[in-house]
Design a binder for this molecule. Structure first.
Ligand code: VGL
Ligand code: ZN
Length: 236
């Protein structure tokens, strides 16, 4: 083998070993390059909350279990101003789940939810992930909604989370939480766009499913190269 060929071969081997969590015996092994994003597990999205996601509370034990396997865990917290532009109550004559046009695109309107500092905005008390070192608060710009942990709805305003992950050597991101079809899907798709390998842990998520949004979200995620897995696919 010529010297340059040998070099190429060695580089090839190196990139093989760097190619994300190794899959052994069909299970995904986590390592220091794996991060978990726990999206929106807040009182408003739990049964009894103002924007309750059906069975939303059932994600909590699953998330508590899988989070223990990660070194890097980030929580997102929906965190709206009062009279937020995404609230139906801010638009006379409109109801929750209506869709309106805003400068950044179509906006589905919601019941008032996750107002900054309110009880409803608090992280669910049974979520037990003390190893989460960072909370990213979303939607605190009154005039713009924000579903993704990475980018606001204008697709231009960054949260800085790509930098956080990159500086920590993260290459694979696992996403779970509420709701599958809005904040989870947007976060997963933007993570793909930022170049990460992305997995959504299906049994650690629940959806709102308004106007076909859940099926559309899965199809958009699949098109973006997001992989759908179950918590049992993760090596213990
Ligand atoms: C969400 C609707 C409105 C979510 C947040 O967390 O998925 N959905 N705000
Ligand atoms: Zn919201």
């Amino acid at each position: 083998m010529a010297k340059w060929q040998r070099r190429k071969f060695i580089l090839g081997l190196a990139s093989l070993t760097l190619a994300g969590p190794a899959i052994a015996a069909d299970k995904i092994k986590l390592d220091a390059a794996s991060a978990l994003i726990v999206v929106g597990v807040q009182n408003c999205f739990l049964p009894g909350g103002s924007l309750a996601v059906r069975d939303g509370d059932q994600v909590i034990p699953v998330i508590n279990r899988i989070a223990k396997g990660f070194i890097t865990v980030v929580i997102t917290q929906d965190w709206h101003t009062p009279h937020h532009v995404s609230f139906a109550s801010s638009h006379p004559g409109k109801k929750p789940f209506d869709i309106i046009k805003l400068p950044y695109g179509d906006q589905m309107l919601w019941p008032d939810h996750c107002v900054q500092g309110s009880e409803g905005a608090q992280i669910a008390k049974d979520l037990d992930i003390a190893n989460a070192a960072l909370i990213v608060r979303l939607g605190s710009n009154r005039d713009m909604d924000s579903y993704s942990a990475f980018l606001e709805a204008d697709k231009k305003t960054h949260t800085g989370l790509v930098g956080y992950f990159s500086e920590r050597g993260v290459r694979s991101i696992f996403v779970c939480g509420l709701a599958t079809d809005f904040c989870v899907a947007s976060t997963a798709i933007d993570a793909r766009h930022a170049g990460f390998k992305v997995y959504v842990v299906e049994d650690a998520c629940r959806g709102i499913d308004a106007r076909g949004s859940l099926a559309k979200a899965w199809s958009d995620m699949t098109k973006a190269g997001v992989k759908k897995i179950r918590s049992s696919d993760l090596a213990a």
